[in-house]
Write a protein that binds this ligand. Structure first.
Ligand SMILES: Cc1cc2nc3c(=O)[nH]c(=O)nc-3n(C[C@H](O)[C@H](O)[C@H](O)COP(=O)(O)O)c2cc1C
Length: 312
């Protein structure tokens, strides 16, 4: 396999692309398509609906015989037995995010899981390595979703962290195609994670209005909200989120009360459509397999072209 590296070895995949965990979206329909394409599908737990998640994991086993992982978004964990829950699902790979790496790493590793922790800065990366994680997901501030209130772009963050730690790194924030994947590899990553590109994939279960809004978005059409109170987040610009952009009093999390009306009802003003700046580069809804295979093929072709063009 041309991509053979620590990430493909640890995840058991041919293509080191990971589909981002995303509440209500990263479920079996999307994740199985990713795993079947040779990359790694991830099932979310940030919705907190663990009974549904258990069922989704069961469906994964019907839809794919390939590996997949689970994410624990720590800030949203309501069940104190989340480690036992994840360990009992028979998955081998877990990402932990939105919280301290000290909290679950030992217990997850003791249960035999490979653990990657999501980090937004160097201090977080060093702390996670100290906690004993197997690898990191290094997430730049241009990405969609919940964010550090002091976001650092992937271009600065990724080479900084890869130069300071030895564990394998999956880069997140802004990835969608061969050139961005090749750039991640040039900056020291051994894999990439795609969030917004997967939100807008054909197999993504969200309402078509959200997908169309991603297609219509320019690179300037995301807003960074909640810098004044945790968690900060990056989302698509709508009338409602634009009004919140410089609001230092409202907690934007209150808007998630009607999330289902947005996610599955298509009312873009009902809640907050988490998305990254890369929305400005997405102009088609495509099947997951096409996205993944084209990204992998173009990445390899580009790395070869560059090696010829700039011979040592
Ligand atoms: C709709 C949405 C929901 C997300 N939910 C989660 C989550 O539950 N857990 C998590 O670790 N990251 C979450 N993220 C962040 C993604 O995992 C990913 O790192 C990010 O989207 C990467 O940037 P990109 O959007 O530029 O691809 C979410 C992102 C989006 C767009």
């Amino acid at each position: 396999m041309p991509f053979r590296n620590r990430v493909t070895e640890m995840l058991g995949v041919d293509i080191p692309i990971v589909q981002a965990p995303m509440g209500w979206i990263a479920r079996s329909q999307l994740a199985s398509a990713v795993s079947n394409a040779g990359a790694l599908g991830i099932i979310e737990t940030s919705s907190g609906e663990l009974d549904v998640i258990r069922d989704e994991i069961r469906k994964m086993r019907e839809l794919t015989d390939k590996p997949f992982g689970v994410n624990i978004a720590q800030a949203f964990v309501r069940d104190p037995n989340i480690v036992e829950f994840v360990a009992s699902q028979g998955v081998k790979f877990v990402t932990t995010s939105a919280g301290s790496p000290m909290r679950y790493t030992s217990a997850l590793k003791a249960a035999g899981l490979t653990v990657f922790h999501v980090v937004p800065d160097l201090a977080g990366a060093l702390k996670a390595v100290d906690a004993g994680v197997d690898g990191l997901v290094v997430e730049g501030g241009e990405g969609g979703g919940f964010k550090s209130p002091t976001p650092v772009s992937t271009m600065v963050l990724l080479p900084l962290i890869t130069s300071k730690v030895d564990v394998p790194i999956i880069a997140a924030g802004g990835f969608l195609d061969g050139p961005t994947m090749a750039a991640a590899f040039a900056l020291g990553a051994e894999g990439i994670q795609m969030g917004t590109r997967m939100v807008s994939a054909a197999e993504s279960p969200i309402h078509d209005n959200w997908k169309q809004a991603v297609l219509a978005a320019r690179e300037t059409d995301t807003v960074f909200l909640n810098r004044h109170t945790k968690p900060a987040l990056r989302a698509l610009r709508t009338e409602r989120t634009t009004a919140l952009e410089f609001d230092t009093e409202t907690n934007a999390m209150a808007l998630f009360g009607r999330a289902m009306d947005l996610y599955f009802g298509g009312d873009m003003e009902a809640a907050i459509a988490l998305s990254g700046q890369v929305a400005g580069r997405i102009d088609s809804i495509e099947p997951v397999a096409d996205i993944i295979h084209r990204t992998a093929t173009d990445c390899l072709a580009l790395l070869t072209t560059l090696a010829h063009r700039y011979p040592t």
